[in-house]
Design a protein around this ligand. Structure first.
Ligand code: M6R
Length: 623
């Protein structure tokens, strides 16, 4: 996730761009940049670090101009650096582009352009866009066809892109216009008087206008000073009335959601699609090939596939993702897995075997215990594969291989989209290794991949029923004990569910492996207890049903999270919340969502601020 903005009007553009970027900084803050057309010259200024570093660099520079674009970056392809910051320019320095999204086929496009002598300066996926635009601007797509100007060049370039984008383009030859386009990343056009703007999010526009076009997928806008034209990506004109925004600035920053946590829960469908899609070849079968997993960013050398053991370590939510990983690696790849909390691992004199595969998981990539555990494993000669959300983090720099979760910045302290995207990376690795180790047949492999492609839509389906969870939370939020239980994958999800609830609602909540109930925890169950059973492992339905009967017989209220169409629990639980059916082994990607929502609504009912839970920090960078 990055923030983009652009302005064309009468005002000096630099302060306008910096003001808008400040409002968008929550979307990414590892570097920032602007491109301004000043007296026919395209000036680009960019800097690694927070926006303040760029602003500082601009102090004392006299840059005029009333047309420009800006970007605040959350690195995906290419580490945070001046050179990888946006805007990116073509070889002549006459066209500049800012981009939010992921160009999935950038490696192929880069090769294609390099074969046409284009020299690349950055490691970003974005740079292909500006070179493509320049290519089509200089040389029309078909021999004998006259160049169609900058709009035609942008349209031709967009046809080549796979993936997601919100982008803005300025060109030295066209000082009267700014071009913007979107697909699968947000972009809003603000309509002012004698001035028009674009931004990734509404707050950046509110000081100028409340009349906006919410660009739809595959739409383009050409902004002039006095009007805006809308087009489809086929170049056809679109006519529609603008929308009026009446949000206040604070709710606008949260995209209309009451809290960042709720916003991030809702971003999971997109974050999962962003994490999955670039790693699947031919997901729709359109290219006539068989779907497969490819990790462009890492080379899984054959010794990884023959590793005798996987060791996984992390803290908090990331440790719960590792717990799911244990079941996934054992299930799909038949590799023995050891999972440990990083703060335990680092001090327990573990057996370090260089031939093992060491997987370390961290949203921030800066958690002190996680880094220490990784360094210990490294000293022991183990090869490190990191799963992290932050490009350029300490973890990403020190690990041998890095698999990124493309969740975008996670602002809320309680982790949600980072968790599900960590799960997605784990599933991709486990499935790939399962195939390489020949534990999955072709047919099974493709069936699981097909199921993964449905997950983002199924997440939307779960979110569409959030009112049911909200109503349930409004009846149960006062319970002083909430226990989550499940078996296997469901046990791992129970651990994460209990953590979410305790973090933000301050309710005493615990997770149990359901089979452990009789070995102690059931002594705690009484009428003031709510038990949430996660039941997605069909072969164990009878077992979990007995566990539910055991707790309800002792007065506990109960909620079961299970598959749509599953009738086994209707008569034994107080409430049943259903999720769309996927493979039992992939259920954590869906079953955690109602638990996240439950934690959120309980916290709100209790009058807590879910974004700022007491005593907690987003990143625990000290012991
Ligand atoms: O940045 P990391 O993933 O390494 O953070 C690990 C934990 O501190 C983190 O998951 C924490 O438990 C969250 N507050 C959970 O919501």
């Amino acid at each position: 996730m990055c923030g983009i903005t652009g302005y064309i009007g009468q005002q000096e553009v630099v302060p306008v761009l910096l003001g808008a970027l400040e409002k968008l900084e929550y979307r990414g803050y590892d570097s920032a940049g602007i491109a301004v057309l000043d007296n026919g010259e395209l000036l680009v200024r960019k800097a690694k670090g927070r926006l303040a570093v760029l602003a500082e660099r601009l102090v004392g520079e006299r840059i005029g101009g009333t047309l420009g674009i800006g970007h605040t970056r959350w690195a995906t392809h290419g580490e945070p650096s001046d050179i990888n910051s946006h805007p990116h320019t073509d070889v002549s320095g006459r066209i500049a582009v800012v981009h939010n999204g992921i160009i999935e086929n950038y490696a192929r496009l880069k090769e294609w352009l390099q074969a046409r002598d284009v020299v690349f300066r950055s490691d970003t996926d974005t740079e292909v866009i500006v070179h493509l635009i320049n290519y089509y601007y200089r040389s029309p797509p078909e021999p004998g066809v006259a160049p169609g100007g900058i709009l035609a060049a942008v349209l031709a370039a967009l046809k080549r892109l796979e993936g997601s984008y919100a982008l803005a383009v300025v060109a030295g030859d066209f000082p009267d216009r700014l071009i913007a386009a979107r697909k699968d990343s947000p972009l809003i056009v603000g309509l002012g008087k004698g001035e028009n703007l674009i931004a990734s999010d509404v707050p950046a526009l509110l000081s100028y206008t409340r009349e906006v076009y919410f660009l739809k997928d595959r739409e383009l806008a050409v902004l002039y000073r006095d009007h805006v034209d809308l087009f489809t990506d086929q170049g056809e004109r679109i006519h529609r009335a603008p929308s009026h925004v009446d949000w206040d600035v604070e709710s606008a920053e949260k995209g209309g959601f009451a809290h960042f946590m709720l916003k991030e829960i809702h971003e999971q469908a997109k974050a999962l699609a962003d994490t999955l899609r670039p790693r699947l070849t031919d997901p729709t079968g359109a290219a006539g090939g068989a779907m497969d997993i490819t990790f462009d960013e890492i080379k899984l050398d054959p010794s990884w596939a023959t590793a005798p053991r996987v060791v996984m370590t992390a803290c908090g939510t990331a440790w719960h993702a590792a717990m799911v990983g244990k079941y996934a690696f054992e299930h799909f790849a038949r590799i023995p897995v050891e999972v440990d909390i990083a703060s335990e691992y680092r001090y327990r004199n573990p057996v370090l075997q260089p031939q093992d595969m060491f997987i370390v998981i961290s949203q921030s990539g800066e958690t002190a215990d996680t880094l220490a555990a990784m360094r210990l494993a490294k000293q022991g000669g183990m090869r490190i594969l990191a799963i992290t959300n932050v490009v350029g983090s300490t973890l990403s720099r020190e690990a041998d291989l890095v698999l990124y979760t493309w969740a975008g910045p996670e602002i809320a302290v309680a982790s949600t989209k980072a968790f599900t995207t960590q799960l997605m990376c784990i599933y991709l690795l486990a499935l790939k290794l399962g195939r390489l180790r020949s534990h999955l047949s072709d047919e099974e492999y493709r069936r699981y991949l097909a199921a993964l492609t449905c997950i983002p839509t199924q997440v939307e389906g779960v979110l569409g029923k959030k009112d049911l969870i909200q109503r349930f939370a409004s009846r149960q939020f006062n319970k002083n004990k909430v226990f989550f239980m499940g078996r296997q994958f469901d046990y791992a999800v129970s651990l994460e569910s209990a953590l979410k609830l305790k973090e933000i609602s301050y309710t005493h909540s615990e997770a149990f492996a359901a089979g452990e109930l009789k070995h102690g925890p059931i002594a705690l169950v009484d009428e003031n207890t709510l038990v949430v059973a996660i039941a997605t492992q069909e072969t164990l339905f009878d077992k979990i049903a007995s566990n539910i009967r055991e707790v309800t017989a002792r007065g506990a209220a109960s909620l079961v999270i299970t598959w749509e169409g599953e009738g086994a629990f209707a008569s034994i639980a107080d409430e049943v919340f259903t999720i769309p059916k996927t493979e039992d082994s992939l259920s954590p990607l869906l079953s955690i969502i109602p638990a996240q929502l439950f934690a959120y609504y309980c916290a709100v009912q209790r009058g807590n601020d879910p974004d700022k839970p007491r005593n907690l920090a987003k990143s625990v960078t000290v012991e």
